[in-house]
Design a protein around this ligand. Structure first.
Ligand SMILES: *[C@@H]1O[C@H](CO)[C@@H](O)[C@H](O)[C@H]1NC(C)=O
Ligand SMILES: *[C@@H]1O[C@H](CO)[C@@H](O)[C@H](O)[C@H]1NC(C)=O
Ligand SMILES: *[C@@H]1O[C@H](CO)[C@@H](O)[C@H](O)[C@H]1NC(C)=O
Ligand SMILES: *[C@@H]1O[C@H](CO)[C@@H](O)[C@H](O)[C@H]1NC(C)=O
Ligand SMILES: *[C@@H]1O[C@H](CO)[C@@H](O)[C@H](O)[C@H]1NC(C)=O
Length: 380
């Protein structure tokens, strides 16, 4: 019954669907009031804080410290300017979430003057953006994000950008690098947190039995309809669902993951070139992650849920035959595996600051070689 309800709902126009799915929806309100509240957030004193919100565009936060406000004559100074940072949020989140603004502030506290750009797939924030994290064709969403970033005045003139993908936003930003790396703003460091690089074997556990959107999505993932074009073009998590026990169907029908992981017979060489051209791909896994099943997906590992055996990336063909450039990236010291204790997305400001110091900042900076290595695992 839930299945039929959801199927009917998925065929509704976006605005109505959004309202049904998120009854608290603000889709029929303007968001400008909401967002002006962000200006009341504590701001470091030395920072001049300018925030521009364009309801028709993506959210942008520009932070300029006084030394960067004056136009500089000295071209050498541009090497000190931190690269902009692009953020893609996770499932069920929206671009105007207070937490994301706090992340932008943390970046600025580590690298003053950083221009931060928070991706909203639909443009604008609030529930329409949250809804787009559940529903839509990821290929189309990604395409629109590529164009939005390519049209942004600051991003398009920067030498490169750094990027953070939270949860599913991580594999979407990786898809951005692979598909749009040739023409949209180039990424230097990409950090992914608890992402599903090797897909999910199950939809995340629903918080309550009456959360029927979640329950319905789960039912869809478990049914054979998960491989229909109908579901593959509408349910976002279905597009990175990967069932090793039903692998042929996955290869035949996956709308997103099988393609960006170059798992099909015909490989796209551009994807591999673009990943290998990154300076850093940093994959953070949460040790106690119970939301992403299996959590090892965050490190591109493959898990057999029946035997509970884990095949690490290095022992998989995607790496050994270098389908997407990970091996080449690794050989130049650009692939880092990190672990944080705790549940999905449970990080502290301290963790984030350490990562931003290590991987973001001026375009001219050098990256240290990882110091404390423990096999494939590098603790912060
Ligand atoms: C490979 O991917 C690039 C970037 O998305 C695309 O332009 C190109 O058409 C693809 N090539 C093939 C053979 O599919
Ligand atoms: C998703 O969108 C792309 C681009 O429009 C299209 O080629 C593809 O067929 C769509 N996927 C599905 C499953 O309909
Ligand atoms: C997958 O596609 C191939 C080629 O079209 C086809 O021969 C095969 O039967 C398909 N597999 C499944 C499980 O549908
Ligand atoms: C997973 O492990 C089980 C039990 O060892 C085995 O029977 C099955 O073939 C494995 N699945 C895959 C896809 O390798
Ligand atoms: C979140 O992280 C903090 C600090 O590492 C830890 O004390 C707490 O138990 C964690 N919570 C969960 C739910 O993992």
């Amino acid at each position: 019954m839930q299945l039929r309800q959801l199927t009917v709902l998925l065929s509704l126009p976006t605005a109505i669907l959004s309202f049904v799915v998120f009854p608290e929806a603000e889709v029929f309100q303007t968001h400008s009031e909401d967002l002006s509240l962000a200006l009341t957030l504590p701001v470091p004193k030395y920072v001049e804080f300018i925030e521009a919100v364009h309801p028709e565009q993506r959210i942008q936060i520009t932070r300029l410290s006084p030394e960067h406000v004056e136009p500089t004559e000295d071209l050498e100074d541009t090497d000190d300017q931190p690269l902009p940072v692009v953020i893609w949020h996770g499932l069920g989140d929206s671009a105007d979430n207070k937490g994301l603004k706090e992340v932008a502030e943390l970046i600025d506290s580590v690298h003053p003057g950083t221009y931060t750009y928070i991706i909203s797939v639909v443009g604008g924030a609030g529930s329409a953006d949250r809804q787009a994290s559940f529903f839509g064709n990821v290929t189309e969403q990604l395409e629109s994000v590529c164009h939005a970033l390519a049209e942004d005045n600051i991003l398009k003139t920067a030498p490169a950008v750094d990027a953070i993908g939270f949860s599913q936003g991580g594999q979407f930003l990786r898809g951005y690098v692979e598909r749009c790396g040739g023409w949209a703003p180039k990424v230097r460091s990409l950090i992914t947190f608890g992402s599903q690089h090797n897909g999910i074997a199950e939809f995340q556990k629903c918080k309550s039995t009456t959360d029927w959107v979640c329950q319905g999505a789960n039912a869809l993932l478990k049914s054979s309809t998960v491989w229909s074009d109908f579901v593959q073009s509408r349910l976002v998590p279905a597009q990175y669902y990967r069932d090793t026990n039903d692998f042929e169907n996955y290869l035949n029908h996956s709308n997103f993951l099988a393609d960006i992981n170059n798992e099909r017979k015909v490989k796209n060489a551009t994807y591999a070139e673009n990943i290998a051209a990154l300076e850093k791909l940093v994959m953070v896994v949460f040790d106690e992650d119970r939301t992403v099943i299996p959590k090892e997906s965050g490190w591109f590992a493959e898990v057999n849920l029946t035997s509970a055996s884990v095949t690490q990336l290095k022992d998989r063909p995607i790496y050994m035959e270098d389908w997407i450039g990970l091996k080449k990236l690794d050989e130049k010291g650009g692939l880092d595996f990190l672990a944080l204790p705790g549940e999905h997305m449970n990080f502290s400001d301290k963790d984030l600051k350490a990562l931003f110091a290590r991987y973001f900042g001026p375009s001219g900076r050098k990256f240290e070689k990882p110091s404390k290595e423990d096999g494939w695992k590098l603790e912060l």
